[in-house]
Design a protein around this ligand. Structure first.
Ligand code: NAP
Length: 258
């Protein structure tokens, strides 16, 4: 008779012993990811730029539950802060296992009205910051490491008008993910691109503007996603079970792209 191995893994043991950095972890999708990784046992470093208080409050709330969390000022638009941030994390935690490139910004304007300054802001955080964070992390990340970028389904599907520059940045992240999957495989490091659809955060409200309610009703599942639903996909990719998944674009979009 077939023998089935029953393995009961306590959720808090799943990522035990792992050190994870979540950029832009103080609010929105990043806060949900930081929370989920901590709940699954990781030591979570919450990177923040403007949301210092939110990041501190989240870390304190997690520690209050007996989980491991700390914060770090990490403006991913600054190569200097990226370098010093990773050095500080490695010194404090002895290395890194998981990097979540979540920080991102959206600036909506038709191409004729998109200033070079706004374009540079988006390129700095959404593209260059992701590239440099990965480059810096590779000095410290251990074998079996996980890199997860937060892209967007908009790089493949129905960009909103005025959103072309944002879409360009998220397409760059998808390309970078595929390219690096090959480069990093020999080090047993996986890299994937989680692509949320419409998740109810400040970024979505800003991007959709007056289209907000219409977009909700046009989503096949009839609702926007919750940040925790993206976080669960990310947490899965961080675990051992996802060891053979690399270079993938994984949509969490309520069916919007089908
Ligand atoms: N919501 C959606 O529907 C949706 C859909 C597709 C993709 N996404 C992507 O999901 C990610 C999170 O977005 P969200 O919806 O949670 O947006 P959000 O609520 O506006 O949060 C944006 C996050 O990015 C951080 N951030 C912005 N500029 C930064 C900088 N220079 N350095 C470090 N962190 C910075 C913010 O940190 P501070 O507040 O500390 O500055 C904040 O934590 C983004 O990459 C976004 O493009 C979102």
């Amino acid at each position: 008779m077939l023998e089935i191995q029953v393995k009961a893994v306590d959720p808090i043991e799943r990522l035990a012993g792992k050190v994870a950095l979540v950029t832009g972890g103080g609010r929105g999708i990043g806060a949900a990811i930081a929370t989920e990784l901590a709940l699954q046992g990781a030591s979570v470093v919450i990177g923040y730029n403007a949301s210092h208080k939110e990041a501190e409050d989240l870390a304190a709330a997690l520690r209050d539950k007996g989980l491991k969390a700390a914060t770090i000022a990490l403006n991913t638009g600054s190569s200097e802060q990226i370098r010093s941030g990773f050095t500080a994390i490695a010194a404090e935690w002895g290395g890194l296992d998981i990097l979540i490139n979540n920080a991102g910004i959206s600036r909506v304007a038709h191409i004729e009205e998109m200033s070079e300054e706004l374009l540079d802001d988006m390129l700095a955080v959404n593209v260059k910051g992701v590239f440099l964070a990965i480059k810096e992390a590779l000095t410290y990340i251990r074998a079996g490491g996980r890199i997860i970028n937060i892209g967007s389904i908009s790089s493949d599907y129905m960009p909103y008008r005025g959103n072309s520059a944002y879409v360009m940045t998220k397409s760059a992240v998808a390309g970078l993910t595929r390219g690096l999957a090959r480069e990093l495989a020999s080090r047993q490091i996986t890299i994937n691109n989680v692509q949320p659809g419409r998740v109810e955060t400040e970024l979505l409200r800003y991007t959709l503007g007056g289209e907000f309610e219409r977009a909700r009703s046009q989503t096949p599942l009839g609702r926007f996603g919750e940040a925790s639903e993206v976080a669960h996909m990310v947490a899965f990719l961080c675990g051992e079970e996802a060891g053979y998944v690399t270079g993938a674009n994984l949509r969490v979009d309520g069916g919007v792209s089908v």
